[in-house]
Design a protein around this ligand. Structure first.
Ligand code: AP5
Length: 210
């Protein structure tokens, strides 16, 4: 099972990818998580991309493509994988064709208004990437991670200016991928508006039928 989760920032791709990956015992590969891990650990890659992520722009294609190609070559991807946040440009999608065999792309859609609500209420456990929402998916204890009890943070790119930039970058560079995959007959629409359990049920139905 090789899947792509496509959609705007804050659509719930990461939340759903975690659940599908657990159910199918396949890795959830989020390029955003990989970049943030490197930023948190102050690696050379992290230092290179920190200001790009903070601004809401995209990391250059060449660097991102090499990173994903290496990751998909690892042993745990032999049974399949979920790509969350990659590809994000036509160049990335074309490159991906040379090192994968994607047959199913889920496109998450929802309004800009809901996106802003979701991102402004998002809280994250920094070291694991576990994600919560203050209203829609709250932790058991306010402000604390359910598993470790550690403090939750607000992602630096969830500030208003950065969110605005991420949305415009999405419409300019990533939204055209819908047509790219539609033309290949492998795009499936997911209404990402309902609560998480409902969205998950609709994903399960799509995956059972493909
Ligand atoms: P990335 O980390 O991929 O960010 P994104 O695509 O903007 O997506 P998000 O993580 O913001 O949202 P999500 O859809 O995963 O939503 P979530 O599940 O958290 O990328 C960050 C940056 O890295 C980019 O801006 C770029 O700089 C760089 N980058 C990454 N990949 C790149 C690439 N391929 N090329 C170049 N640069 C790249 O949910 C959001 C909130 O909503 C949470 O609080 C959650 O609890 C809540 N929620 C989820 N589902 C529901 C629901 N159904 N109902 C109510 N609330 C919900």
């Amino acid at each position: 099972m090789q899947l792509i989760f496509l959609g705007p920032p804050g659509a719930g791709k990461g939340t759903m990818a975690t659940r599908v990956a657990d159910d199918h015992d396949i890795p959830h590969i989020s390029t955003g998580d990989i970049f943030r891990y490197n930023i948190n650990n102050k690696t050379a890659l992290g230092l290179q991309v920190k200001s790009i992520l903070d601004s809401g722009e995209l990391v250059p294609d060449g660097l991102t493509i090499d990173l994903v190609r290496d990751r998909l070559g690892q042993e745990d991807c032999s049974k399949g994988f979920i790509l969350d946040g990659f590809p994000r440009t036509i160049a990335q999608a074309e490159a991906l064709e040379s090192f994968s065999d994607i047959r199913c792309v889920l496109n998450f859609s929802l309004s800009d208004e809901i996106i802003v609500d979701r991102l402004s209420g998002r809280r994250v456990h920094k070291s694991s990437g576990r994600t919560y929402h203050v209203l829609h998916n709250p932790p058991k204890v306010s402000g604390k991670d359910d598993v470790t009890g550690e403090e939750l943070i607000v992602r630096s790119d969830d500030q208003v200016d950065s969110v605005r930039k991420r949305l415009s970058v999405y419409y300019e560079q990533t939204a055209p991928l819908k047509e790219f995959y539609q033309n290949k007959g492998i795009l499936h629409e997911v209404d990402a508006t309902p609560p998480p359990d409902e969205v998950y049920e609709s994903i399960k139905t799509i995956l059972a039928e493909t």
